[in-house]
Design a protein around this ligand. Structure first.
Ligand code: PMP
Length: 462
């Protein structure tokens, strides 16, 4: 092995080498990253919607980190909330009949702002944990209701509910399951309401009803007396920003009610203003029995998640009794809950949800619509500040470029051109901080157009 001079500590070269040697990052091809000369891009600071890397570049963060930095970077108030709470009481648990003020205050606030009926909360530290909690809670609930055989779950392919064994079983990402012994027994999947790829030439609303009917068919196939819950993201985020037709959710809800199947909305991405509503369930008319929250609850400044639970489930737990053998050391972490309260106060004080609904969301939709005439763009769609651009070889048939390379190529061009967007298969997806200005949206879309041109050139199209 040739020896290299050891780079000076805390320089870009040093961080890259130490990263290569010692860090196993999530969702990474280790051979590819560890073998590459370039290594990781080191992000060192951020302000508003702008990231700085260790080499002085400034990147527009079109993904709000991982769909989470809703109030933008650089909020002193959130740092102060954490600092003050850490000095007062950095940690104490909520096990064994104890509580601390921040999780109690946050529970009351969440009960007030989440859709009607959801008035109790079970905390965790990640979206994955909150969805694991849903699995436990749903099974526990049905046992208390005298239906212990209601154990099974229905969800969708392309769904992302987390990376733990249960949440990845709820999810519908094949590469996360194959070779890992997943999904675990008792987890079933139906197609997503993804009109662009699965529409079969149907009218979108008709397609939405057909996709909902798959949920009913699956429940009947398993036996309604065995199905505990159906879980879905109101908009499937990591699966490609799949925005269902309006006909879908009311029908799914009707089916769940009819068959006594709990309806769980995973609002880990869509919660806290992302769609121009505080929760996307409000937009789609969903009245969930449980709702999972994470990410935007603290704008990613500190880990926290929550499962909101309906009064009916809460009453059963309280009236029937019996210990719920489940919980995490950090359930109701006081520092994380203090940051969440300060974060929600910012969202309210700055009127961010209305701004997304009435100002920046429509502006993003308008600017994205201008990309529709690009030779490799098949469809653009968005709701509030979450959106997608489909890359296609044939706009008419929706045929993709061979090899499924278009998305990856475009994402790499974006990264090289200092705009962070994500590729899901051949869709470019975006979810910038909710504080993004109209001018910054213009900048984002203009950089994306440049990268679409570069991608088209690579693919010999347009
Ligand atoms: N649910 C949804 C809808 C998500 O998008 C994610 C993460 N992207 C999760 C759950 C899992 O959250 P975490 O990574 O915090 O475990």
């Amino acid at each position: 092995m040739p020896t290299r001079d050891k780079p000076a500590r805390n320089t870009t070269a040093w961080w890259r080498e130490a990263d290569r040697k010692h860090q196993l990052s999530p969702f990474t091809d280790y051979k590819q990253l560890k073998g590459s000369e370039a290594g990781a891009r080191i992000i060192t600071r951020a302000e508003g919607v702008w990231l700085n890397d260790s080499e002085g570049a400034r990147l527009l963060d079109g993904m709000a980190g991982l769909w989470c930095v809703n109030v933008g970077y650089g909020r002193k108030e959130l740092a102060e909330a954490a600092y003050e709470q850490m000095l007062e009481l950095p940690y104490y648990n909520t096990f064994f009949k104890t509580a601390t003020p921040p999780p109690v205050e946050l529970a009351e606030k969440l009960a007030e702002i989440t859709p009607a009926g959801l008035d109790m909360v079970f905390y965790g530290s990640s979206g994955s944990e909150s969805n694991d909690t849903v699995v436990r809670l749903a099974r526990f609930y049905w046992k208390l209701r005298g239906k212990p055989e209601k154990q099974q779950f229905v969800s969708r392919t392309y769904a992302y509910h987390g990376s733990t064994m249960a949440s990845a079983s709820l999810g519908g990402m094949t590469p996360m399951q194959e070779g890992f012994g997943l999904p675990l027994p008792g987890f079933h999947h139906v197609d997503p309401p993804y009109w662009y790829d699965f529409g079969d030439g149907l009218d979108p609303e008709e397609f939405g009803r057909r996709a909902a009917k798959q949920v009913e068919d699956k429940i009947l196939e398993i036996g309604a007396d065995k199905v505990a819950a159906f879980i879905g993201e109101p908009i499937q985020g990591a699966g490609g920003v799949i925005i269902p037709p309006d006909s879908y959710w009311p029908e799914v809800q009707r089916i769940c009610r009819k068959h006594e199947v709990l309806l769980v909305a995973d609002e880990v991405i869509t919660g806290f203003g992302r769609t121009g509503h505080l929760f996307a369930s409000e937009h789609f008319g969903i009245e969930p029995d449980m709702m999972t929250l994470a990410k935007g609850i603290t704008s990613g400044y500190i880990p926290l998640s929550a499962v909101m639970v309906s009064g009916a489930i809460g009453r059963t737990l309280a009236e029937e009794g019996g210990e719920f053998f489940h919980g995490y050391t950090y359930s109701g972490h006081p520092t994380a809950c203090a940051v969440a309260l300060a974060n929600i106060a910012i969202i309210e004080r700055e009127d961010l949800v209305r701004k997304v609904r009435e100002e920046t969301g429509p502006h993003l939709a308008k600017r994205l619509a201008e990309l529709a005439d690009h030779p490799i763009v098949g469809e653009v769609r968005s709701l509030g500040l979450i959106g997608a651009v489909e890359l296609v070889a044939d706009k008419k048939t929706h045929a993709r470029f061979p090899g499924g390379r278009a998305g990856g190529l475009c994402r790499d061009h974006c990264f090289a051109n200092d705009v962070v967007l994500r590729a899901v298969r051949d869709s470019m997806v975006m979810a910038p901080p909710l504080t993004i200005s109209k001018e910054e949206i213009d900048e984002l879309v203009s950089r994306l157009r440049t990268c679409l041109d570069l991608t088209a050139k690579d693919l010999g199209a347009g």
